[in-house]
Ligand binder design. Structure first.
Ligand SMILES: [Zn+2]
Length: 462
């Protein structure tokens, strides 16, 4: 600690005047002649939208140089953030009172610490890593008995890995506040906290959001401090470990380590730039074997957000949902990583067409998404669930296979601490197999209904 303190101090001093140092990003447009060119472009620039042959992207100077070297020409468009009215709060309590002013970095930390202090029975604050500029990547854990592993699905919400998409950041803080303050009085929120282990990472790229210094988000950048797109920096199933041609950033390593330490059933990554739910895969045209589940999950969210939001809200692409590849190819995205490498199911949720939402507009996005977010969390309680033990009642690490729906990559499995497994499925009749090395495989045909998961506890024999 003592050795790194001077470094942190220096970093803090430097950050006070980093506005001019922040990574320069351009918003560009180019026209392709063949959609196959996306496969090359997506590893060079940060594509944000593809409409027909028109490609829109954010690019740092090195990305532009690479693009030019490949023979592409492009137009530079006006900044996506030029009209944003960014009101910064004067205090943490102002943020929590109105939710219409963005917190400074210090206020953000104060709010998180306040949650953990005010709700010690259901909340823990964890630090999962340090960013390149020495800020902290925080995750809130919200559940009853927060220090005990229980037979509950782990659900993870994370926002703003693109630093200039701060709406998700605000909505995550407000969601945490709502769940914590509603526990014990609101039946829906109480049930969520009692029945699930919720994890919320409100701001995964604080260096990007506070690129202009800790007191403002006005100069926020999409990329991490080193100019990499966080959402293109994960290992992939098909394109290798480093599809962007760069080593893993410290933020990526922290996120992968955090995910590996846990046993997530379901997660969501919140962004801005469109109004649509984007489900796996991003990197390939083949459908995820659980395509029906991903469609149902995404459709439920979009429908709820349409009901609760302003007219036309969350109706982009296929009326608010899209297969990732169908929209445009992304390699190294978090959603595919969590789904293929962590036995999890993750969807990317684009909350607003505007990247930097005006502080006064945050409220209407909250109203539009609040029920949809809670419903998404509740989806982890559907499908099939149970506990896998040996004859002595000890929990086992077992894989859960659904005949006809093979997992691609890491299989859904039980959590070795408790033996609990949670296999989300759309309603239907399924043959489920539970297997662990050294034990006989168990198999059962189960009916899954809408609503609470069908329970199948399994004792495996040697
Ligand atoms: Zn984004």
């Amino acid at each position: 600690m003592r050795r790194i303190a001077p470094v942190l101090l220096l970093t803090t001093l430097l950050m006070a005047s980093t506005a001019a140092w922040a990574v320069r990003e351009s918003y560009i447009h180019l026209v392709i002649s063949d959609r196959a060119q996306i496969s090359q472009l997506t590893n060079v620039i940060s594509i944000t939208n593809v409409v027909g042959n028109d490609v829109y992207a954010v690019a740092t100077d090195p990305m532009l140089a690479e693009l030019t070297a490949l023979g592409y020409s492009y137009n530079t468009l006006p900044s996506l953030k030029k009209d944003a009215v960014i009101k910064m709060a004067k205090s943490a309590s102002e943020v929590k009172k109105s939710w219409q002013a963005y917190p400074t970095y210090e206020q953000y930390v104060e709010i998180l610490q306040g949650f953990a202090a005010q709700y010690p029975n259901i909340c823990r604050l964890q630090e999962i890593g340090l960013t390149q500029q020495g800020r902290t990547q925080y995750v809130l854990k919200i559940t009853d008995n927060p220090d005990v592993a229980e037979d509950e699905p782990e659900v993870f919400f994370t926002a703003t890995m693109h630093g200039d998409e701060p709406l998700g950041f605000m909505l995550m803080l407000r969601l945490a506040d709502q769940i914590l303050s509603g526990y014990g009085t609101d039946p829906r929120l109480t049930a969520l906290v009692n029945n699930e282990e919720l994890w919320i990472n409100p701001l995964s790229n604080p260096d990007g959001t506070y690129a202009g210094g800790n007191d403002t988000i006005k100069y926020a950048t999409r990329t991490l401090a080193n100019g990499l797109d966080f959402n293109r920096n994960f290992p992939t199933r098909l394109a290798g470990e480093h599809p962007d041609g760069n080593p893993f950033a410290p933020e990526t390593v922290a996120m992968m380590n955090f995910a590996t330490l846990h046993h997530f059933t379901l997660s969501a990554s919140f962004h801005s730039g469109n109004e649509v739910l984007n489900y796996p895969w991003d990197e390939s045209a083949d459908r995820h074997p659980d395509d029906a589940f991903f469609i149902a999950l995404s459709r439920a969210y979009a429908t709820q957000a349409q009901l609760d939001g302003p007219k036309q809200y969350m109706t982009q692409l296929d009326n608010g949902i899209t297969n990732g590849w169908d929209w445009f190819e992304v390699n190294g995205g978090r959603q595919d990583y969590m789904t293929a490498f962590q036995g999890d199911r993750e969807v990317t949720i684009e909350l607003s067409i505007k990247y930097m939402v005006n502080a006064t507009e945050v409220e209407r996005y909250w109203v539009a998404n609040n029920n949809a977010m809670l419903g998404y969390m509740e989806a982890a309680l559907t499908g099939v669930r149970g506990i896998v033990t040996n004859a002595a009642g000890e929990p086992l690490a077992a894989t859960v296979e659904v005949v006809g729906i093979p997992d691609v990559g890491v299989k859904v499995s039980s959590d070795p601490w408790v033996g609990n497994y949670h296999r989300m499925l759309v309603p239907g009749v399924y043959t489920v197999r539970i297997a662990a090395p050294g034990y006989q495989t168990a198999e059962s045909t189960l009916t899954v209904n809408a609503g609470p998961a069908t329970r199948w506890d399994v004792v495996l024999l040697p």
